[in-house]
Design a protein. Structure first.
Length: 170
């Protein structure tokens, strides 16, 4: 799928893409000019307003990318994960679901993410497990993060977004 012609976009959308480094997911979302501003705001909020510890956030996102078989998502968020100190063992576990070498919290995040992806909810026992190491706000942010990256992965896969031609800071 071709990217929209940036010169055909309203100035504010051209600036929004440029401000974010013109990564391909943001370029492609411009096929939805009415929804793109909200999408960009949500993407920013996931990083800037998320109360989850950064490493747990990235672990959940990489897991969503693997479950959805979204190579673009995996590529970017494995790199972000490495930048913020996510271990290679955790990155590998996000790919396979095998959690032997992980902390209790990392293991739980992967299990909770898988549960949300498969069942679209958490059981009472799983909520209790999560609240042993997360606040209610962090649990809420986990659910929103997983849901947002399901959307992102579906979009990336449907539109065949790749990293071709991107320049990124990592």
């Amino acid at each position: 799928m071709e990217y929209p012609d940036p010169s055909a976009l309203p100035t504010e959308l051209q600036e929004a893409v440029t401000k974010r480094g013109s990564v391909n997911v943001y370029r492609m979302i411009m096929h939805s000019p009415g929804l793109a501003p909200g999408f960009l705001e949500m993407a920013d909020a996931i990083f800037q307003g998320n109360s989850l510890p950064d490493q747990l956030r990235e672990l959940a996102i990489v897991r969503v990318g693997h479950v959805y078989r979204a190579p673009y998502e995996i590529h970017h968020h494995e790199n972000i994960g490495r930048l913020i100190g996510l271990s290679e063992a955790a990155i590998g576990a996000a790919a396979t679901g095998a959690t032997q070498a992980l902390s209790k919290e990392e293991t739980s995040i992967l299990r909770l993410t898988d549960r949300l992806l498969a069942h679209h909810t958490l059981s009472d026992a799983e909520r209790t497990e999560a609240l042993e190491f997360l606040t209610v706000g962090q649990l809420s942010d986990l659910v929103v993060t997983v849901g947002f990256y399901q959307l992102v992965s579906n979009f990336l896969n449907t539109f065949g977004v790749t990293t071709e031609g991107e320049t990124t800071p990592y």
